[in-house]
Each structure stands twice: as structure tokens, then as C-alpha cells.
Design a protein around this ligand. Structure first.
Ligand SMILES: Nc1ncnc2c1ncn2[C@@H]1O[C@H](COP(=O)(O)OP(=O)(O)OP(=O)(O)O)[C@@H](O)[C@H]1O
Length: 233
């Protein structure tokens, strides 16, 4: 489904952050990227989504080369990227946030919004509330709902549980599993590495912009070296 190879990217004149990283996602998978702070995990997701310009490498979606497409083109190709922070418009209502996420594809917008309300009743209850009044977990559901408004083929989530209480984080992981079971593949970056790997079909370890390890989610979560390096033993 997603095949990203040899990605080289960074910010301005500084040393490249991504130095040849690669990621595959197959249909039906949840794939998690873990690694130390500053390894380039978020940059990797942004490079896949077209939000950081690539200096090398290719990104393919379902066999189609989207490397030269900008972020909107990649969204139309089926990629939805949910940022870690500032991922909703705080002074707009829940409904307005969902509608603005339909930018470029307004036909059938109301039906898609209703489908998201059916999936996340809490958003239906709060449809007129300003997004800034939502709890952290509700805000993250709204941000994912905004991604779903584009009818993606692959959902990219950058640290979806960041800043959430343990209970809210667990609920969000459940929401990610449910989304995946409804047929949507997910590629996420997570600081809660162990919990995320436990629900993932596969995982990648990224260190200083390169692939350091890859394997099944549970297998990586149980790997003593991964545990020592990233999970505190
Ligand atoms: N917009 C930016 N401009 C300049 N440098 C940036 C920018 N965004 C990130 N960086 C730098 O790129 C490097 C990799 O950042 P990135 O956020 O991709 O890492 P990460 O693995 O996701 O880290 P963390 O786990 O801490 O979020 C860091 O040194 C960071 O300071």
C-alpha cells in the first residue's frame, strides 16, 4: 500500500535529518515507528505526507509514484496526516473543523460528517462546541475525524497519545484498533512504544534518520535490545 524508500530530507542548510529511511505498510496493518528523541520520526511522517521536501527517495501509494506530488496531491492519493500538535482549530466548532477538513472535496461532506458522528458519538454531542473546549482525548478523536473526512486509504498519526492521561491514551489506542478493524491501515509514531507495538502488526526503529530495526510489533516489544534502548529495560 505504502512504499517509501531511501528518504533523504531535512530543514534548510543543516545536516539532513532523514538519511535514507524506508517504510512499507501493507493493507490492513497498524505499523508503529519508534526511536529516540530527535531521531527523525515526525520528519519521516511529514516527508511521506509531502510536508517536508524530499532531497532523495521515493514515495509510492498502491504502486503509484507520488514523490512529486505536494501535500494536497498526496491527500488525494489517499494519505491523511494527523499532526501531533495544533491539529484542530480551537476557535471553530467541532462541525466546522470536520467541514474544513473537506477542503477540495466538498461533495458528500454532510454524509461523511454524519458517519464520523456515528463512529464518535461524543463528537456528535459536542458538534456545536468550540474545539478548544474538548478534552485531550476528544480533541484527538476530532483530529482523526478530520483526517477521515478526506476518506483516506492510509492514516498517518504523529504521537496520537501525546499529553493524554493513561486512561485516555488507552481509549485512543482502542479507537485506533477499531478504525483499523474497519479496514483502514495506520502508520503512527508513538512515544508509548511498548503499548503501541503491542497493538501493531509491525514496527520500525529509526535512529539518526536511518532504519535500525524492524519486525513484528509484539516481537519488537519483547526484543531485549529494543527494551533496553527505548523502553527503559
Ligand atoms: N521545522 C523544523 N525546523 C528545523 N529543524 C527541525 C524542524 N522540525 C524538526 N527539526 C529537527 O529535526 C530533528 C528531528 O526531529 P523530529 O521531530 O523528526 O524527531 P522525532 O524523532 O520525531 O523526535 P521526538 O521523539 O522528540 O518528537 C530534531 O533535531 C529537530 O530539532
Amino acid at each position: 500500500m505504502l512504499k517509501a524508500e531511501g528518504l533523504v530530507a531535512g530543514y534548510g542548510a543543516a545536516e539532513e535529518i532523514l538519511k535514507g529511511a524506508w517504510i512499507d505498510v501493507e493493507a490492513g496493518e497498524i505499523v508503529t515507528i519508534i526511536g529516540p528523541n530527535g531521531a527523525g520520526k515526525s520528519t519521516l511522517l511529514k516527508a511521506i505526507a509531502g510536508l517536508v521536501p524530499l532531497k532523495g527517495g521515493t514515495v509510492k501509494m498502491n504502486g503509484a509514484d507520488v514523490t512529486r506530488q505536494d501535500a494536497l496531491g498526496r491527500s488525494k492519493a489517499g494519505l491523511a496526516f494527523v499532526m501531533q500538535e495544533k491539529n484542530v482549530f480551537g476557535t471553530m466548532s467541532v462541525a466546522e473543523n470536520l467541514d474544513i477538513a473537506s477542503f477540495g472535496n466538498s461533495s458528500g461532506m454532510a454524509a461523511r460528517r454524519e458517519a464520523i458522528y456515528a463512529r464518535y458519538p461524543v463528537l456528535a454531542e459536542k458538534r456545536k462546541a468550540m474545539a478548544r473546549t474538548l478534552s485531550g482525548g476528544q480533541r484527538q478523536l476530532l483530529a482523526m475525524g478530520m483526517g477521515l473526512m478526506t476518506e483516506p486509504k492510509l492514516l498517518l498519526l504523529d504521537e496520537p497519545t501525546a499529553g493524554l492521561s493513561p486512561k485516555a491514551a488507552e481509549e485512543l489506542f482502542m479507537a485506533i484498533i477499531e478504525l483499523n478493524q474497519s479496514g483502514l491501515p495506520v502508520l503512527m509514531v508513538e512515544q508509548h512504544a511498548l503499548e503501541a507495538l503491542e497493538i501493531s502488526t509491525r514496527g520500525y526503529v529509526i535512529v539518526t534518520g536511518r532504519n535500525a530495526a524492524t519486525g513484528g510489533g509484539k516481537e519488537l516489544a519483547a526484543d531485549p535490545e529494543v527494551r533496553r534502548l527505548f523502553l527503559g529495560g
